[in-house]
Design a protein around this ligand. Structure first.
Ligand code: FAD
Length: 405
């Protein structure tokens, strides 16, 4: 290492990106004496009321267990809405299907949590650990890779050196680009419109998803009888919906969703996100691991993106903690490959599943809606297949997380 880096602060791990996934990784290492630096270029999250906070995530039951194990769940559960049932149907009257938590012997399938609440809870939980430092807002102005360490400078001032750096900096990951890792990409030419809305009737913890040829519309239960919508549409149609005033938008939304919850009478601020699937060609390099959207981005139709990312974070945490326990270099490829090998099957099966669903519900191939109807009826009537699907989707079929340490 050159002389100029000798004054760098030695830490165990550098995490780039303090979003939901980067903070989950830090939480998994909380209380274990790991010196961790999180570098986040944005501001601190703020929980807002109807009208402002439109980003919400469905966190599946398996991941709620993991968040509980880290202690972070306590900080966010007050504003989390339990999801007890999911109803899915399509606009071709090809049939519908219900997924009920009771069918797999669970009290809930997952929880709906505002992203800002989730991030704030993860941050509050970290305040208890003096070894974990959040640099916010901060930017990396220099990065150097050495055989035994990776070194970064933030805002031209502080220097850190660590055996491993983790890219948790989202779909447009700066760190991934810096490392020369390119991605397989698929642009759906669609946008997902999100907003918090108020229906006339209470949702009773039920999530609704209507599949239309133009894309799925999800209406998800939130606290105080509010709902969060994720409405995927082709770019042109999404732009037209975004340009409408609230009254016209509510009219279009009610037409698309129907009277299931009575009229939807109020909407908060809308935001539209371009939809694409993406997978990094390498999840690891010497001294580098990618997690969350930096590694993979999926269509939000099943609400699994951040759930996959949280599982990356927990598996990586377990691997590096085990490595240190056995005196291994946790930034070495031997250790990082163990993380990659464990995560790839889950990532690829979820990505493949999302692609299949998207094709099945948006393709105009003649006769496909009949096949889709048969499929829905088959799954609806075959208890075992349905239970397996539900256990997979909720992450309950994966090993129960233990407290890392
Ligand atoms: C419409 C929509 C609805 C969705 N709904 C769901 C859902 O219900 N359930 C679900 O599981 N998933 C859902 N997802 C997916 C989910 O939002 C993402 O998977 C999740 O946000 C990824 O988290 P992340 O922490 O990896 O990345 P991000 O949330 O993108 O966070 C990355 C962080 O890194 C920071 N950053 C970026 N670059 C740098 C840099 N150079 N230096 C420092 N910091 C940097 C950013 O400021 C940000 O804080 C949805 C996605 C969309 C588009």
């Amino acid at each position: 290492m050159p002389e100029s880096w000798k004054g760098a602060e030695r830490v165990d791990l550098i995490i780039v990106g303090g979003g939901m996934v980067g903070l989950t990784l830090a939480n998994a290492l909380r209380g274990l004496g790991w010196r961790v630096v999180i570098i986040e270029r944005g501001g601190a999250p703020v929980v807002r009321s109807l009208g402002l906070d439109c980003r919400v995530s469905a966190i599946v039951a398996g991941n709620v267990q993991m968040l509980r194990a880290t202690g972070a769940w306590t900080w966010m559960e007050g504003r989390a809405q339990a999801l007890v049932q999911m109803r899915v149907w399509d606009d071709q009257h090809a049939g519908g299907i219900r997924f009920d938590a009771a069918e797999i012997g669970q009290p809930f399938l997952g929880y709906l949590v505002e992203n800002s609440n989730l991030q704030q809870g993860l941050l509050q939980n970290l305040e208890q650990d003096e070894d974990i430092e959040l640099c916010l807002p901060a930017n990396i102005t220099d990065i150097q890779w050495y055989e035994e360490a990776v070194n970064v400078v933030i805002d031209g001032q502080r220097r850190f050196s660590a055996p491993l750096i983790v890219g948790a900096d989202g779909g447009r990951s700066w760190l991934r680009e810096q490392s020369g890792i390119d991605c397989w990409q698929r642009d759906y030419r669609q946008k997902g419109i999100v907003a918090t809305v108020r229906p006339r009737r209470h949702h009773h913890g039920i999530a609704f998803q209507r599949f239309m040829r133009t894309g799925p519309l999800a209406v998800l239960p939130m606290c105080d009888g509010l709902c969060s919508i994720v409405w995927s549409n082709d770019n042109e149609q999404a732009d037209a919906l975004m340009a409408m005033d609230d009254e016209a938008f509510l009219g279009a939304l009610n037409d698309a969703f129907g009277p299931v919850l009575g009229d939807i009478v109020e909407t908060g601020r809308r935001a539209a996100f371009p939809l694409r699937a993406q997978l990094a060609r390498h999840l690891v390099r010497p001294r580098l691991a990618l997690i969350g959207d930096a590694a993979h981005t999926i269509h939000p139709l099943a609400g699994l993106g951040v759930n996959l990312g949280m599982r990356d974070a927990m598996v990586l945490a377990q691997e590096i903690v085990d490595a240190r326990r056995f005196d291994e270099d946790w930034g070495s490829m031997d250790v990082l490959k163990r993380y990659m090998k464990q995560r790839l099957p889950d990532i690829l099966s979820v990505m493949g599943g999302m692609e299949g669903f998207h094709q099945l519900f948006t393709s105009s191939l003649p006769g496909l809606h009949v096949l889709r109807g048969m499929g829905m009826r088959l799954v609806g009537n075959a208890g075992l297949i349905k239970q397996l699907l539900m256990r997979n989707a909720t992450g309950l079929s994966l090993p129960v997380p233990r407290r890392i340490g």
